[in-house]
Ligand binder design. Structure first.
Ligand SMILES: *Cc1c(COP(=O)(O)O)cnc(C)c1O
Length: 395
């Protein structure tokens, strides 16, 4: 057993024997790459010239006037492709190239990680295959078309519930057969070791920038750092460089869907139990027999029955507080951010915003909250419109 692969009791490498060597070579290449300054120079080059970093840490003046404490937004929505996912994809594809791989595969649910991976593959001239549940392919027509425009092949997965969980299983199976020339680009801080660690390192740029920016603007660290949690990549990247600071507090915001009490939610931290899925041990939504349950949220990006293993550990050690926000609270916060700041956020990011509004009520005005605005909301305009018309998006 590889001790480095665990965060307390969470993490690990729960994969078939056939994949162990592959994971081992990814780990070796990764550990070597992150010690190589040239690798980071290349990564930084693409972050600046292609993704458009650094992005602003924006002081939300009107939100601050209305809600009390100083509210700062880390603008990942301004990145090329409109969210934080591209940071990780470029890191992993640079690693794939370094390993001499010519093909990439990825899983996607809503299609955001599929689009980011297809983008990175086009940028570096790599062959790209995206595994997506048949159900999701139907629901996310526009993103499927985007991936195809970018030159990717989209494989429809019809096993299980034909959604993200099944697409991920299929991608892992396909990888075991093709690992010789293929790299598996995982889209969040989940999966078997070394993926959670890799994704954290490639998303760390969010918090590193935010920390320097807040020190420059305020001359001190924030009181709270807040981010939404699906698999947990924007949040772990946002938290990473602050975690050693004793006086900073952390909040991760999950999706409560129609309400935790209804059973229709995606709050793995509130209601999940430790279990194994997608090569890792973490908190998972499961029934009494240990079957993984279908998560439920208006936000496709938070609609995952688990969470990354480091978050599970940060929960148990009480370093981070995990909370949840319902669909309704999220949509109200989304509209508030539109009207008061002229920013249409992703529905995922609006979950973090909703909790910021809640916590602000009890905070003194001189305190500082830094929130990760993980993505822009263009992709969600239809969902918001249907929600406001009263259609049930959560069928
Ligand atoms: C995918 C996505 C998320 C959720 O994923 P994490 O890995 O938890 O960050 C959050 N926000 C946006 C905009 C996304 O696209």
């Amino acid at each position: 057993m590889n001790k480095n692969s665990y965060y307390g009791q969470f993490g690990g490498q729960y994969v078939s024997e056939a994949l162990m060597n592959t994971l081992h070579s990814v780990e070796e290449a990764f550990e070597e790459a992150i010690k190589d300054q040239k690798f980071w120079e290349e990564y930084n080059y693409y972050m600046k010239e292609y993704v458009g970093r650094e992005n602003p840490l924006y002081f939300a003046k009107r939100l601050t006037e209305k809600y009390g404490p100083k509210i700062y937004l880390k603008r990942e929505d301004l990145n090329h492709t409109g969210a934080h996912k591209i940071n990780n994809v470029i890191g992993q594809i640079l690693l794939a190239r370094r390993m001499g791989k010519t093909k990439v595969i990825a899983e996607t649910g809503a299609g955001q990680h599929g689009v980011a991976t297809a983008t990175g593959a086009a940028l570096f001239g790599m062959e790209c295959t995206i595994f997506m549940g048949a159900e999701d392919i139907q629901r996310q027509e526009l993103n499927v078309f985007r991936m195809k425009m970018l030159g990717a092949q989209v494989v429809s997965v019809t096993s299980g519930s034909s959604t993200l969980k099944d697409a991920t299983n299929e991608a892992i199976r396909a990888w075991a057969k093709t690992a010789e020339d293929t790299f598996y680009v995982i889209g969040s801080a989940v999966g078997p070791h070394p993926y959670p660690k890799m994704v954290k390192e490639f998303q760390r740029v969010i918090g590193r920038e935010a920390k320097a920016q807040i020190l420059e603007k305020e001359g001190r660290l924030p009181d709270y750092v807040v981010a939404c949690c699906g698999g947990g990549s924007n949040s772990i990247g946002m938290f990473a460089d602050f975690l050693d600071e004793e006086n900073v507090k952390f909040v991760g915001v999950e999706a409560a869907g129609l309400g935790i009490e209804t059973g229709k939610h995606a709050s793995a931290m509130a209601m999940g139990k430790p279990g194994v899925l997608h090569g890792m041990r973490s908190y998972l939504l499961q029934d009494d027999d240990g079957n993984v349950q279908i998560a439920h949220s208006i936000s496709a990006g938070l609609d995952y029955p688990g969470i990354g293993p480091e978050h599970a550990y940060l929960r148990d050690t009480k370093k981070v507080e995990y909370v949840s926000v319902t669909d309704e609270e999220c949509i109200n916060a989304l509209l508030e951010l539109c009207k008061l700041e002229g920013i249409i956020p992703a529905i995922e990011s609006a979950h973090a915003m909703a909790y910021v509004f809640k916590m602000a009520k009890d905070m003194p005005k001189d305190q500082i909250i830094v929130m990760c605005l993980s993505g822009r909301g263009d992709k969600d305009v239809h969902t918001v419109a249907s929600y406001l018309k009263g259609e049930d998006m959560n069928k």
